[in-house]
Design a binder for this molecule. Sequence first.
Ligand SMILES: [Zn+2]
Length: 505
Amino acid sequence: MKKALVFFIFLVFSTSFGQGLKAEKIHQFADEYFVEGMFTLKEFLQLPNIGSNSDNIDLNLAWCENVFKALDFETELLTSKGVKHLLAEKAYLKKSPTILFYLQIDGQPVDFSKWNQENPFDPVLKECIGNECTNIPWERLSQKFNPDWKVFARSASDSKGPAIAFIQALRILHEKKINPRFNIKVIMDFQEELGSPTLPELVRNNRNRLSADAMLIMDGTRPPANLPTLTFGARGIATMRLTVYGAYKNLHSGQYGNYAPNPVFNLSRLLGSMKDEEGRVLIPGYYDGIELTEDQKNLINTVPENKEELLTTLGIAKNEAIGKTYQEALQYPSLNVRGLRAAWVEDEVRTIIPSEALAEIDMRLVPETPAERQIQLVTDFIRSKEFHILDQEPTEDERKKYAKLIKIESRIGSRPFRTPLDSHLGNWLGSAMAHVFGEGNFIRMQSTGGSQPIAPFISELGIPAISVRIPNPDNSIHAPNENLRLGNFHEGLKMCLGTLTQKYD
Ligand SMILES: [Zn+2]
């Protein structure tokens, strides 16, 4: 059985693509230029990069512009709703295909007091054993480096580290006078952490400027095995806020207990009825359209996965029964209660019947389950439970008339995308990774559980996309003490060199 599976995977992925640079050379170049790459990263991380701060954007944009100009790229400022984006472009070969690279330049806001260093924008090198970390002077990099050392700074992993791995690989080829094997466009996003609100319009208005044959996203963290990873999709997201109403005001629970209904019970009955004990969504039609064939499952399940270890790490006895494996579970839409509120708790608790109860829902979506449809299905399900649905606070009349009142608000976030694992782009990129690392030493992952604002590119430009994942799984992105493991950056250089020197046709 195992042999048959390996053979099957070999068959699916074994298309050959022309490679311009021997694997030994790639390893040698990565060693040779690693330290310079780290110092470039250090310099870049010193620029604060909060997307809502236009001075920050300008600073980072000017830095990127200089870097690409030095590599003989043409750069162009593209503005959408007043927000700046940078496009860099270089045509190496006439009539060759073009690959568009997406770089995320901004980072999450920081709380200086929560970091174990003075300034999250002053990168620190550390050697950590468990939670014990010692600072390493940057000069020591020039003598030798330990791949387990980490650089701590905002955006080290998300995503200036991957951006610099790509830029440094371009610089290596530039200095060695080796041309990439396709034409390159690079789009730089300075508001990814704000959900890239102006990206859809930007792509719509600059379709020709951004046109390409495929797209590679230099963003995202690796799964626990920490092998070079290619991710072929991301789930989309939609959110809903449900507010269930009781009396006008919070009431004394002694005076009105047994008389005035408590909305918490109505809300919890509703939420409880949305899923079975195995975690499967009971809302009719919620999973409609998703059919995973055995072949697809085999491909999806090539990602190394240790169920016992995963359950232990999470501290749970049993996983939900959607898909047989963790990877399979990510191919379905989720339904999650991300927050609940009614009256007060802990030190603030008081003996009242709350006047309202609120649940915040998020749904991670796949291409077969569009946001509009899922929101409608949830709404219809709530109606079937005899709730009267509102889009604002209930009026006096509505309060008189309906025993079960609920306000539903919804919002659609980024859309899902999926590139087939055995697509041309997937085979091409897979063979570049196999060339550098050997088959079996990297991961092809069908979908990440999270969301990426990439759908506008894919739908507007009609091109396939894959995300190239460099950072270590324990990188604390979005949180204090974000870090990037040096060994990951080193491998990232090789991933990028292998990609850039493989002929795409
Ligand atoms: Zn992020």
